[in-house]
Write a protein that binds this ligand. Structure first.
Ligand SMILES: NC(=O)c1ccc[n+]([C@@H]2O[C@H](COP(=O)([O-])OP(=O)(O)OC[C@H]3O[C@@H](n4cnc5c(N)ncnc54)[C@H](OP(=O)(O)O)[C@@H]3O)[C@@H](O)[C@H]2O)c1
Length: 362
């Protein structure tokens, strides 16, 4: 049974957060129009709740913070803060990247023949797999925890519940995609290396799935830190030449004065995930394998509503981006030599049109 409480940003009640009456996990039961980042941005400004029996209880700073964090962080991941504090670095405007165009690019001197996507059942991973498969110029391997489950899950649309978040997940066409078992927390490095045999490029789109609040630290450590490190070791062992890691903005927030920013605090409240991801990033950078670390802002399931903004390392502390664009950038990184050993931070800007792909890693 749900008790509805409207949070302060929605004066007209378009968006509600529900909490079961036994005080269980809060969930978003209705979300219309506003972006998640906007909700949190407004809430951070207002610091108030307008109605509902639990509002009083939640008024202490810690209580409100945790509650909203639990509601939004797994999905919104990083909330917006006033734009002037984090000016995006604009890039030139032009048409959208397409796989065919990319493969015709002169930057594509050493195009990989076989690509493995770790976390292929994930919302970003499945988009990457689908795009690569559609393009048809590389062999595509989807690394998944359970092959038969993944086979059926990928072929149908569903509603994903990740922690407190609910998302529509579209079916993907995986014709020609080989699925291989890959569990970064359970498999040995040798087993992972076995799955990577013959693979030229690895795209890591894994991420711990928030569930039990008491196990989040351990899960984030196992998947986003140790799991990624194990994949890097396995990649080295099996001769993978390129790794693209889907990480997050603010992983190095502590390193550039963002430790107390809302984005860092809310996101990192989930199992210290930013700290864990940073460890993995460092490990990858020290591995000697050519890498691109793609750090997106809060991920959206919807199609891009604005232009891609590509910014340098440790520059963005807010913003959102469609997973479609994250998939496009991750794929572009394996083909574009200019992405070599780079960290890019990406968000979407509704006031901008899509930049030309040849500017993405310039
Ligand atoms: N959510 C955000 O707003 C946000 C913002 C910035 C960055 N990120 C990061 O972006 C990446 C992609 O996010 P997403 O929301 O698209 O991911 P997602 O839908 O939550 O998918 C996560 C994927 O990781 C897989 N996975 C989890 N534990 C695993 C393990 N032990 N071994 C192998 N695979 C495992 C999951 O497999 P199953 O299907 O088997 O569970 C799933 O395929 C993640 O690293 C996330 O942390 C997220």
């Amino acid at each position: 049974m749900l008790m509805l409480i409207a949070h302060g940003c929605c004066n007209h009640g378009c968006c509600n957060v529900g909490m079961d009456q036994k005080g269980g996990w809060p969930i978003v039961v209705k979300e219309v129009k506003h972006t998640r980042a906007l909700h949190i941005q407004r809430w951070l400004k207002d610091r108030r709740w307008e109605q509902g029996g639990t509002a009083q209880m939640a008024r202490t700073r810690g209580g409100v913070f945790l509650l909203l964090g639990l509601c939004f962080a797994p999905l919104a991941f990083v909330p917006s803060v006033p734009e002037e504090k984090a000016p995006p670095v604009p890039v030139a405007r032009r048409s959208l990247w397409t796989g065919a165009l990319l493969l015709a690019s002169p930057a594509n001197a050493q195009a990989p023949q076989k690509v493995l996507v770790a976390g292929a059942t994930g919302q970003t991973g499945r988009r990457i797999v689908e795009r690569l498969a559609k393009d048809g110029q590389t062999s595509v391997v989807g690394g998944v925890r359970d092959v038969s489950k993944a086979q059926s899950e990928l072929s149908k649309s569903s509603i994903a519940i990740r922690g407190a978040m609910i998302d529509e997940v579209k079916a993907v066409d995986t014709k020609g995609v080989e699925l291989k078992s890959l569990d970064v927390a359970k498999d040995s490095v040798d087993a992972l290396a076995g799955s990577l045999t013959g693979v030229d490029a690895l795209i890591i789109a894994t991420g711990f799935v928030p569930g039990n609040p008491f196990a989040m630290n351990a899960e984030a450590h196992a998947v986003d830190n140790l799991g990624t490190k194990a994949l890097v070791d396995a990649a080295k062992k099996s001769g993978v030449k390129k790794i693209v890691l889907v990480s997050s903005i603010l992983t190095n927030g502590r390193g550039w004065g963002q430790e107390n920013s809302p984005g860092f605090q809310v996101t990192n409240a989930f199992g210290n995930v930013l700290d864990e991801k940073l460890e993995a990033e460092k490990y990858l950078r020290a591995s000697g394998i050519d890498y691109t670390i793609v750090r997106p802002g809060g991920l959206k399931a919807s199609a891009p509503a604005g232009g891609l903004v590509v910014s340098k390392e440790d520059t963005l502390n807010s913003g959102e981006i469609s997973r479609d664009l994250v998939a496009d950038v991750s794929i572009a990184a394996i083909f574009d030599q200019r992405a070599s050993n780079k960290v890019v931070e990406i968000i979407e800007d509704e006031t901008k049109s899509q930049p030309s792909k040849d500017k993405w890693f310039a």
